[in-house]
Design a protein around this ligand. Structure first.
Ligand code: ADP
Ligand code: ZN
Length: 648
């Protein structure tokens, strides 16, 4: 049997695999992960392969199918995909066929003849075929080399396209006769491009894989720089948008049709070539936009997630998400449309907690509409369960947006890609990691003590409220701790941001459920006790102005989810740039940002836009000393940002 021979031949195995790769597929080398797939399948070990679309997964079963005696069955849910692959294989001289509902009676007879002849290397089958008695009888008459399940995530309700038929595949495999004459079912190999931890578990258990080798590879897209940029709201998003889309091809994703339209309008108003794309457009309009973009005649498309399926322009340089997407899977797929040519590209998520509410609303509505569309009387329990699944996916996405640890590592870890190297140094969080200063270290220790004193039973909102002494709505035990009010001079939003940063730095841990209960990690305990002093942390970007106590309640309400930025400060690009500079300066000098410049002063600068040192000196809070230290820097920030950006 070839599978066995392959094991013993050592080096020449490699040569013979490469030889087949060249001879039948015309490729000169294996891609990342491919050889592992091929070897596992040849070995007869069960396999779960998780690799992105286009990475060359099919070779993992096609090449072994060539070399093994018997027919390899490939379950595939899409007839069109099946036809493409079968045609391609036959063109390469590999006898293959596809069994699906679109075959004529003649074609079907031909196919079964081919199967019985034993000449068929690969048989592609639609999952619902296993319900046919005739096919099942045939299965028992032929010799099956391997049982392959493509798009294996379809077995899981966690995946994006659950197929009940997939649940029958475990039994179907059990009916097959092995081509090597051994007892038991043939070895199984499952392939998918999307397998989050839940989906992976489902695949293994529901398909009945036995001690499978799990190969996850190829998810990293190192040429795409990832960033998350907190924004105060829609006004700021639209101010930023024209500069964010750069000068090359770009995709802008929005959560609703209206928002996609609005983004296109903003860009057009700024003289930038852009069009909206969403399911509400007429078919003809949609295909015009798609065609123009595909042909390179249109630079920017502002779309809902309806866009992109058929688009494969290699030179998309920028992807901007105006609103948080519904899941990390969706996000990664959408940003994956950037940088296909391997050149540097950027993917930026504009992040405002308020947008989560929109997503939550969309999730509930879509699930109800789907249920209503199914025709049958919707089962309320089933609808509720689906909603819950989607809300959990959204929460994973929110924790990406929230995290202060490496964005790339966060995504890759989520997909189970073993190749995580942290820090990646090409994401916005890695770019911001800095050693923590003395003042901040004290703040951090107070926060950690607060979490510990609270018995590690509360989430971010409550802990932050307790620390700043905002007692309204607090559970009674939190109102009388030694840490209650210990940070009364900090705005609650700042404390919440620090909590996020600490979670990201692995100092605090947030539970995975909806409560996101905070607890200390072992590193956290060492930092709290002062045993660990050095901490690399992507500290909160800026400290909103401390609100007077009377105002705090109002502020908190506006920031219902604690979205981070105090809405008391209007965020213009100049304010933003000044704060970023101030934060740098503060860190360099290990002082709090307000020591460099007060928020009042910063705001006065942003509204006056001074052009000279005289102008600057007339601003309250800027005396000769500040002028000497920071005058040049401030003037140059004001000059560059107010000239280049949209009007501040
Ligand atoms: P997937 O199933 O992962 O979406 P495919 O198997 O369809 O990906 O392969 C995507 C493309 O990559 C195909 O055009 C295929 O010919 C090509 N390809 C696969 N393996 C190699 C390789 N080792 N070298 C070069 N091209 C390859
Ligand atoms: Zn990183």
């Amino acid at each position: 049997m070839f599978g066995v021979r392959v094991r013993c031949l050592g080096r020449s195995v490699n040569d013979s695999l490469i030889h087949s790769l060249q001879q039948f597929f015309g490729h000169h080398a294996f891609r990342d992960g491919q050889k592992e797939l091929v070897e596992t399948v040849l070995d007869g070990q069960d396999l779960l392969a998780v690799m992105p679309t286009g990475s060359g997964k099919s070779l993992g079963f096609q090449l072994p199918a060539l070399l093994l005696p018997g027919t390899t069955l490939v379950v595939s849910p899409l007839i069109s995909l099946m036809k493409d692959q079968v045609d391609e294989l036959n063109r390469r001289g590999i006898r293959s066929a596809g069994l699906h509902s679109a075959l004529s009676a003649d074609e079907r007879r031909g196919l079964f003849r081919l199967l019985h002849s034993g000449e068929c290397r690969l048989l592609y089958v639609a999952p619902e075929r296993f319900a046919s008695d005739y096919f099942v009888r045939t299965l028992q008459e032929i010799k099956v080399a391997r049982f392959v399940i493509d798009e294996a995530h379809c077995v899981s309700e966690w995946g994006h396209d659950f197929r009940p038929d997939y649940r029958a595949l475990r039994d179907a495999a059990g009916l097959c006769r092995r081509s090597d004459g051994r007892s038991g079912r043939p070895p199984m190999a499952a392939f998918t491009a999307t397998a989050t931890p839940e989906v992976r578990d489902d695949i293994v258990h529901l398909l009945g894989l036995v001690e499978p080798r799990v190969v996850v590879a190829g998810f990293d897209r190192p040429n795409i720089e990832l960033s998350v940029r907190p924004v105060s709201g829609d006004i700021e998003k639209h101010q930023l948008l024209p500069q964010m889309v750069g000068t090359g091809r770009a995709l802008v994703y929005a959560s609703t049709r209206k928002k996609a339209e609005a983004a296109a309008e903003t860009l057009k108003a700024a003289g930038i070539d852009a069009a909206a794309y969403h399911a509400g457009l007429a078919d003809s309009e949609r295909s015009t936009v798609q065609d123009r973009f595909a042909a390179g005649a249109l630079r920017i498309v502002c779309a809902t997630n309806a866009f992109g399926m058929g688009i494969d322009r290699p030179d998309v340089e920028t992807v901007v998400h105006l609103d948080i997407p519904g899941s990390l899977e969706a996000y990664y797929q959408e940003i994956g449309r950037a940088g296909r040519d391997g050149r540097g590209a950027t993917a930026t998520l504009l992040w405002n907690y308020v947008d989560v509410k929109t997503r939550e609303f969309l999730i509930d509505r879509e699930n109800e509409e789907d249920a209503a569309r199914d025709g049958r009387r919707p089962d309320p329990a089933e609808v509720a369960r689906r909603k819950e699944l989607d809300h959990r996916k959204l929460r994973r996405m929110v924790s990406y947006a929230d995290t202060s640890s490496c964005l790339r590592a966060t995504i890759l870890r989520y997909f189970g890609d073993a190749g995580v190297r942290e820090p990646c140094n090409s994401c916005s969080n890695c770019g911001r990691r800095q050693p923590i200063g003395d003042a901040d270290r004290l703040l951090v220790r107070k926060i950690l003590s607060g979490v510990a004193r609270g018995g590690e039973r509360y989430g971010r909102r409550r802990i932050a409220a307790m620390l700043v002494g905002d007692l309204e709505d607090l559970p009674e035990p939190l109102t009388r701790l030694s840490t209650t009010g210990i940070l009364r001079d900090e705005p609650v939003a700042t404390v919440e941001q620090w909590i996020d940063a600490l979670t990201g730095a692995g100092v605090l841990r947030a539970s995975d459920d909806q409560y996101r209960t905070l607890s200390l990690t072992s590193l956290g305990r060492e930092v709290m006790s002062g045993k660990v002093q050095d901490l690399l942390i992507a500290a909160p970007r800026s400290r909103p102005a401390p609100a007077p106590r009377g105002k705090r309640r109002r502020l908190r309400q506006e920031e219902s989810g604690g979205d981070g930025e105090s809405s008391a400060i209007p965020l213009t690009p100049v304010v933003d740039a000044l704060r970023a500079w101030r934060l740098d300066e503060a860190r360099r000098n290990s002082v709090a940002p307000f020591v460099i410049l007060h928020d009042r002063t910063l705001l006065a600068i942003a509204s006056m836009l001074p052009k000279s040192t005289e102008n600057l000196l007339s601003i309250p809070g800027i005396g000769p000393a500040k002028l000497a230290s920071y005058g040049d820097a401030i003037l140059s920030i004001v000059a560059t940002v107010s000239a280049s950006g949209p009007r501040a």
